[in-house]
Design a protein around this ligand. Structure first.
Ligand code: EPU
Length: 337
């Protein structure tokens, strides 16, 4: 366990905000986490658990305890002819898990290659890309209840998963800390190539359809469009894609026939926020030291030395113009701290 006072969170948030935590605690095991809960009763909102900080925007120093898991390890806990179940420590880097799955020829996680963040957050945030979400793989989520220090395991159906949503973000927010996540991976090919340009890009590359080539292809698509946080601070998609009633979609598509959309169910349609932001002319624009990425309008970037407040100001202007032009409200995916 490592405990540090007045700790700079710069290496722990991909937006690159140089803010301090009053106390920073990193732990290596479930036992150490239980010890922390005994020694530092985590009350109210004076504490925060972070992963890789790839979905956070700090607006100032954090006057409380910041926790970070270093629980590591990949363990095959069940296996049959069709699939394996792998139990992974919450502190593992997400893409290391994807690489591990691909190197073992286990299918399912490859479309989620290169998503920044850690395994614990994958279960809270239900991360997703290119037609696959973490919930499609998760079998169960092991947690410790903050108030009692007791272990509780949530089966997939108990996690309330929906688009970028889970009970850990809603009704049980801040009540449990994820320690390990078990994923089911298939032993036989079952590719998901029908999202956007995935199939076309793979065909263009002329490579055979193999698991590692799909991973490479996804990495190339992401690298071509999304800025590397090591080069330019950002938190991936800044806003969620709004889900609107079908009738509202019909009215909008009469005015904007080229508007991309995905049906969620018979009543609801998901509209890409990136497309609307782009249509409002924001791509590549900047306000102070915060900007809109020039290749993906959903990504806000730190152009160097931006404060969290500057990024929020830009995001509010964007929300306003999307609402004025399309009558649709978009909400941040990023958490403001
Ligand atoms: N588009 C534009 N302008 C842009 C960018 C996109 O018009 O600047 C259009 C595209 O042409 C496309 C549509 O918007 O028709 C959707 O774009 P894209 O496929 O790039 O995906 P997205 O909806 O913007 C979501 C996820 C990403 C994930 C991609 C790929 C959310 C909030 N974001 O973005 O996740 O990588 O799909 O599956 O759901 C993240 O969460 O950090 C993230 C990067």
């Amino acid at each position: 366990m490592k405990i540090t006072k007045d700790y700079s969170l710069l290496p722990h948030n991909t937006f690159g905000m140089d803010v301090k935590a009053s106390l920073f605690i990193e732990y290596d095991s479930v036992e150490e986490l239980k010890q922390i809960l005994r020694d530092y009763p985590l009350e109210g909102d004076r504490w925060l658990h972070i992963g890789a900080g790839s979905n956070l925007l700090f607006t100032g120093d954090y006057p409380g305890i910041v926790l970070h898991s270093c629980i590591r390890g990949f363990e095959v806990v069940a296996e049959d002819a069709e699939a394996v179940i792998v139990r992974v420590g919450a502190g593992e880097v997400w893409d290391d898990f994807v690489a591990y799955a691909v190197s073992n020829e286990w299918y399912g996680a490859e479309n989620l290659s290169l998503i920044p963040g850690e395994v614990g957050a994958s279960a809270v945030q239900n991360i997703g890309a290119y037609g696959v979400e973490a919930k499609d793989l998760i079998v169960e989520v092991e947690t410790i209840e903050v108030a009692t220090g007791k272990e509780r395991v949530f089966r997939n159906e108990e996690c309330g998963y929906a688009y970028r949503e889970s009970v850990f973000k809603l009704s049980l927010k801040r009540r449990h800390i994820v320690t390990k996540v078990s994923y089911r991976l298939r032993k036989t090919p079952s590719y998901h190539l029908d999202y956007g340009n995935v199939r076309a890009e793979l065909e263009k590359s002329g490579c055979a359809l193999t698991l590692s080539n799909v991973r490479e292809g996804i990495i190339k698509i992401r690298e071509a469009k999304l800025p590397d946080p090591k080069v330019q601070g950002n938190a991936g998609s800044f806003f969620m894609n709004p889900i609107i009633p079908y009738a509202q979609f019909e009215a909008l598509s009469a005015r904007y026939p080229q508007m991309p959309h995905y049906e969620v169910d018979a009543q609801r349609v998901k509209i890409p926020a990136a497309w609307m932001i782009d249509q409002c002319g924001w791509k590549g624009k900047q306000m102070g030291r915060a900007g809109v990425h020039h290749k993906q309008a959903l990504v806000l970037v730190n152009l160097g030395g931006a404060t969290g407040k500057e990024v929020i100001r830009l995001s509010e202007e964007i929300q306003k113009s999307v609402s004025d032009k399309f009558g649709v409200s978009i909400s941040p995916e990023v958490n403001f701290i």
